[in-house]
Design a binder for this molecule. Sequence first.
Ligand code: GLU
Length: 511
Amino acid sequence: MSDRKVRVRFAPSPTGPLHMGGVRTALYNYLFAKKLGGDFILRIEDTDQTRFVPGAEDYIRESLEWCGMVPDEGQGYGGEFGPYKQSERKPMYRQYADQLVESGHAYYAFDTSEELTKMRELAKKAGTANWQYNNVTRSHMKNSLTLSEEEVNKRIADGEAYVIRIKLPRNEEVKFEDIIRGWVSVNTNNIDDKVLFKSDGMPTYHLANIVDDHLMNISHVIRGEEWLPSAPLHILLYRYFGWEESRPQFAHLPLLLKPDGNGKLSKRDGDRLGFPVFPLQWTNPEDGESSSGYKQKGFFSEAFVNMLAFLGWNPGTEQEIFSMDELIESFSLERVNKAGAKYDHDKTKWYNQQYLRAKTDAELSDLLGKEAAAAGYENLDASFLARVANLMKERAYFIKDMLEEGDYFFKRPEEYDAKTLKKKWNVDSRLHVEKLQTLFGATDDFGIENLETIFKTYLEENELGFGKVGPGFRLAVTGKGMGPSMFEICSILGKKETLERMQIALDKLPV
Ligand code: GLU
């Protein structure tokens, strides 16, 4: 077992956009595989055709790729173990269901859905809220354990619809060791006789998942906690197929919780609290309703990935900023927590801010240029953009913040902050702007230091405090009441533009 090649799979069902919890599952699989020189595989589990959503499969691949987790093999990527989509593997599964019927670990069940509903209703009246088809109730249902062999053969020959169910033993403890949770033990009396093969000729998730993990030589199953209740059933299936020797090891990841810790993070929490729960924007093909994505909200994929890695894992050190390569280096399933991880959107923004601050001027200039172009400001000079980005980055979480808060770098003020206008704009402040206009107009050195010296000398010579001159000056040039250093702003805007803006403000803002 120990020298077995690590092969892990991310196995989403294409039932809609990939939730960020799903992306985290993919990430932990990816990190684990890359750390141990293994393969990361994408398998599409679409056995439930009624829940198929067009576009979901592409969305899954786009999300993985945006995060930098390109599968080594899988649906859309090729590989020797294909097809990697269960609907395309359909003919493979029946023989495995038959094998279990022959060995006495599964049986045919002919009960119609009306009959099952009736049983549930009767049980409810008798005080059993959750009736199950299990090792007790199966003895009064219509199946190959209660009907004679002739009767069963006749029904099949007549084309009657049936399913194949697993036959679970009574009162048996199923034990397995989970890498994250340690020993898990469940009594078979608490598990129902799950359907393995459906009347439409498709396997259920349980059968297909086990058969595929076996055929694809999967070494580790790393998946969400919601699958833990199914794990004992899966353990039994490996046993009944005689595949225990090569059974993958299980690791069930902790849940992603709402910010207040009360329950699983859902799409509704995102809508309610104003953050995305999906990596990329998604438009529902049925009703056209659109849900926001981290990418479109302006998050860097590196920051999103770094944040996700920490939702359930920690390196055991103080370091919080990890590149993908560093995550691969440091990751281990042993350091994944059992307890659910609370999502914290402020922390996610903090990560983005850290990545933004760490970018070089050239990168920032490029990113800001693209954002500006999308807003209609094209062909801007790279060094101008770099200076703007450098000045604005301390106050920004996103590139778009620079454009929004520093809009005065891209256009002249269209309006002037009402509060500052009311409080700070008066006969005196107008006069100061006029004076500064003259002083700035008399120099050709628009360097930050020189502008600062001119300004401070003016204050000193006239015994003025900053508060008497600064706000009006800022208002005239930027239209705002607050912002970064005015000397830097004027230096970036340049002499001509600064002076013209002062003149425009003087013309537009009489007192
Ligand atoms: N198809 C399952 C899902 O959508 C996969 C569970 C597993 O990894 O076994 O989450």
